[in-house]
Design a protein around this ligand. Structure first.
Ligand SMILES: Nc1ncnc2c1ncn2[C@@H]1O[C@H](COP(=O)(O)OP(=O)(O)OP(=O)(O)O)[C@@H](O)[C@H]1O
Ligand SMILES: [Mg+2]
Length: 223
């Protein structure tokens, strides 16, 4: 067993404003999770159950209230935040590209690594045709934008990918492309992946281990 990512006793509450008073809402309650190196775990759960919140805690876009999150056995708070975000990439439901060309977008992540990464090869790996490299990223289709976001995450040489409904804003054809792409990348790069989806069919297709977030904890999903 090679535990790569581990959440122990993690709790997280949010404060919601209701009629001008702040109400504390417990989103995650003493949640535990162990993910092996190279494993793909799918997370389902009702809207509002805390799936996005859970992912955001893992690369410290948000902070846990209590418990601990370990990456390679080390508390994620002991990593330099930039290093953590490179190791733990995130792909969002709605892709957001930076200003400029596709090439500019990919180069953004690669700058961190100097010149030793081949931008064309990276585009190819993320199924971005070479003739799109100099296109304005803002003008791409949503599916193409999502592939740019995936390539940008890959440029950081991540160990973990957090995928927050990465295909749900795409049309059926693009969704299938992106799903296939992510599965291939996960295999080829031995990525540890947490994949949030609300589509039962997708969960059954992509993953051997499906969890459901319910009442603040992860339960095994039974089809
Ligand atoms: N910054 C915030 N301020 C207030 N409430 C928040 C904040 N972030 C999340 N919430 C609330 O926390 C709960 C969990 O939200 P979260 O986005 O994690 O759910 P989700 O499972 O990802 O839902 P969905 O399937 O709709 O994406 C929701 O009730 C949401 O309204
Ligand atoms: Mg969400």
């Amino acid at each position: 067993m090679n535990v790569h990512l581990e959440l122990k006793n993690v709790s997280k509450a949010i404060l919601r404003k209701v009629n001008n008073t702040r109400v504390k809402i417990q989103i995650l309650s003493n949640l535990d999770l162990q993910v092996q190196k190279g494993e793909l775990v799918t997370v389902m759960g009702a809207s509002g159950s805390g799936k996005t919140t859970l992912l955001r805690l893992i690369n410290r876009l948000s902070e846990i209230d209590s418990g601990i999150i370990l990456l390679n056995g080390k508390d994620i708070r002991d990593y330099d935040p930039m290093e953590l975000r490179r190791k733990v990439g995130m792909v969002f439901q709605v892709p957001v590209v930076f200003k400029g060309s596709v090439r500019d977008n990919l180069a953004f992540g690669m700058r961190l690594w100097g010149d030793d990464m081949d931008l064309e090869a990276l585009a190819l790996e993320a199924a971005i045709p070479g003739n799109l490299l100099d296109a304005d990223a803002g003008q791409l289709s949503v599916g193409e934008k999502q592939r740019v976001c995936i390539a940008r995450a890959l440029a950081n040489r991540p160990e973990v990918l957090l995928l927050d409904e990465p295909t749900s804003s795409l049309d059926a054809v693009s969704a299938e492309k992106v799903e296939t792409l992510l599965l291939r990348l996960g295999r080829e790069r031995n990525l540890t992946m947490l994949w949030v989806t609300h589509e039962r069919e997708q969960a059954l297709r992509i993953s051997g281990r499906i969890l459901t977030l319910k009442d603040g904890r992860l339960e095994e999903y039974h089809a």
